[in-house]
Design a protein around this ligand. Sequence first.
Ligand code: SF4
Length: 399
Amino acid sequence: MPAGLPRPLSYSSFTLYEECPQKYKFRYIDRIPEKPKHYFSFGQSVHTALEFFYGVKAPPAPTLDAVLAHYKEHWVSRGYKDEETEAQYFQEGKDLITLFYRKHVPEFHIPLFVEYNFKTTMEGIPVTGKVDRIDRLEDGRLSIVDYKTGKALDAARVAEDTQLAMYQAACESLLGAEVARLSFYHLPSLTEHTLPRRPRERIDGVKKRVVAAADGITKGVFAPAPQETKCRFCDYRSLCPVFRTESLKSFARRVPELAAPPAGARAAGQASASVAAASQDSDAELAATIDKLGSLLDEVERLKAHVLAIFQKKGYARAFGSRYQAVKENRIRWSFPDKKRVLELLRSAGIYEKTLAPSQPKIEAFLGDPAFPPDIRARLSELSEKIETIELKLDELSS
Ligand code: SF4
């Protein structure tokens, strides 16, 4: 693995880097998990059912009842906003699998691969991915299928796609057979969008993009790339330097209005010219100070990241300057995505009433409290997600 590349690049990780290098850093370098999303859970549940359908060793196909039972058993319930929404999605998935089954069971065949995990290199860069299905065609060439459960696909998006081109390159180098066709199968509409194999120049274009992303990552280039539509839904917004600085800037813009004397007071001549001039001076000074503070905060974050990167590279946990020492601290927090179920568990264990107001820190404390009933701790732990962060603590050295 090239130094500085935390893991092989996948289609989603390198396109995330292209979209916003700062977001890539939060996700893959700082390893701050994003919030669970119901649409990923839904996609995963349906993919698992189709993997089961095509995953038998020999015909016949499993029965519809067996596929639906597998779907139910492996349902992923993370990220849904409430039980009602989850139930609606569960039913939608069940209907979709039933229709898919009825359409494809008459022509059932055993694919060459189901959920084919690959690891290879592109121009020396390690890449990884998972192909939903690979079929061998009559002429010995390959057909690659990727299932989609999201919104409808348009023809332009399919023709310009990078994911399938990346899969073509990986499969051809690993399986030694030519890929003849590539498909996105949009499951909600049972529509297969098929493309012929991607031409050489398209594959070369994908390789260049993989190399460019790896180059940026290994050189530590993680500049934020804000875009209105992307940032609005970004889980890292509260940590993002763009928005920290932005809020200070917008505060600075608002200050003169807030500090201006009321219009009535000006009309009545109650504010003298000298007082107004002094007030404007102090507003300008305040705005400049706020800008300076914003720049210093950015610089602090940059320096912290730099020190942590050196710690990481050298395996240090502590280092000294002439006046300060820096200590790396690994912190573990817990998140409880399904709060409703946590509260139900506390109520059933008779603990809810004792906590008065069950706050996140109190519930986290239960997890580490050996006096707390072990079975309830184990169930709480199942409902939680561990978030590990690395902090840098700075202490002034005593002289
Ligand atoms: S908020 Fe915007 S700029 Fe910041 S990390 Fe997210 S996508 Fe990037």
